[in-house]
Design a protein around this ligand. Structure first.
Ligand code: PAF
Length: 281
């Protein structure tokens, strides 16, 4: 797999491929790749002729209390995974190649970014949309792939692409789980053996939500039952468990046909999120 850290060189390589008629797909990541990321690259490989993955731990999406230095960096392993999953090119810029020290521009989505993750992590989504906008402008893809694990993130990116007439197709790929149900995340490696066991309550609460939705239980009651289940687990600090509309993230109406259960919880110092789309009876 070709590896390049220069924005201009990467732009030129992708431009060349597209001039030759290739459909180009990009998979933006922050590295520390797992099977969830690999599934995004594999999906891009199926759809596209030229597949670019990007690895950049983006400082602007970390809050002052979120330790960017603690974020895992596993470049050699990441490059192997990119190659095995079928990437043609891996873009690995460093911070000075991505951000001018005197930059005065950013990209901001309002509304959607004020809720849930955005409310708890002020400025986080501004960092995400700005870096994804820059990655789109460098890679100029036809399609871009994101994981459903970061449910709100993929909605925010879809909103940005629609509002700014980008004409890039956003593809959201299903959550990949460990055999016991825990959603794959680069942060899972921080869980102690005990917390790893406790974390299973998160997936259990989503399965409960699915059952209750299928049984015709009201949405507010589903959220309350999820919360109770998670709060009953020692060592798991629930942040939120909600049942909301799949595109606006406002609480799902009682007569809604579909919705999504979203949750966040802390185990020790590690904050995990997960979600499950729901169909109501
Ligand atoms: O989901 C992520 O890993 C990051 O938020 C992204 C989309 C690569 C932007 O830095």
């Amino acid at each position: 797999v070709e590896v390049n850290s220069s924005p201009n060189a990467v732009r030129a390589l992708i431009q060349q491929a597209r001039r030759e008629g290739a459909i180009a797909g990009v998979v933006p990541t922050m590295g520390a790749l797992h099977a969830g990321h690999a599934s995004l690259i594999e999906a891009a490989r199926k759809d596209c002729d030229y597949v670019v993955s990007t690895i950049f731990v983006n400082p602007t999406q970390f809050g002052p209390n979120e330790d960017i230095d603690r974020y895992p960096r596993t470049l050699d392993d990441d490059l192997q995974k990119c190659e095995a999953a079928g990437a043609d090119l891996v873009f690995t810029p460093d911070t000075s190649q991505m951000y001018l020290p005197d930059a005065e521009s950013d990209v901001r989505v309002t509304g959607l970014t004020q809720k849930l993750e955005g409310e708890r992590r002020p400025g986080h989504f501004d960092g995400v949309t700005t870096v994804v906008a820059k990655l789109f402008n460098i890679t100029v893809p036809d399609k871009a792939y994101f994981g459903q694990k970061d449910y709100q993130q993929q909605l925010v990116i879809r909103r940005m692409v629609m509002d700014l007439d980008w004409g890039i197709e956003i593809v959201t790929c299903p959550i990949i789980r460990e055999a016991d149900g825990l959603a794959m995340s680069s942060r899972n490696r921080y869980l102690s053996a005990e917390d790893r066991q406790r974390s299973l309550v998160l997936h259990r609460s989503l399965m409960l939500a699915e059952q209750l939705a299928a049984a015709g239980i009201r949405t507010a009651e589903i959220a309350a039952r999820m919360s109770r289940l998670i709060e009953a687990e020692d060592g798991v600090e629930l942040d939120y468990a909600v049942v909301v509309d799949r595109s606006t993230l406002v609480p799902a109406a009682d007569d809604a046909e579909t919705g999504v259960a979203l949750l966040a919880a802390k185990l020790g110092k590690t904050r995990l999120i997960d979600n499950q789309e729901l169909r109501f009876r």
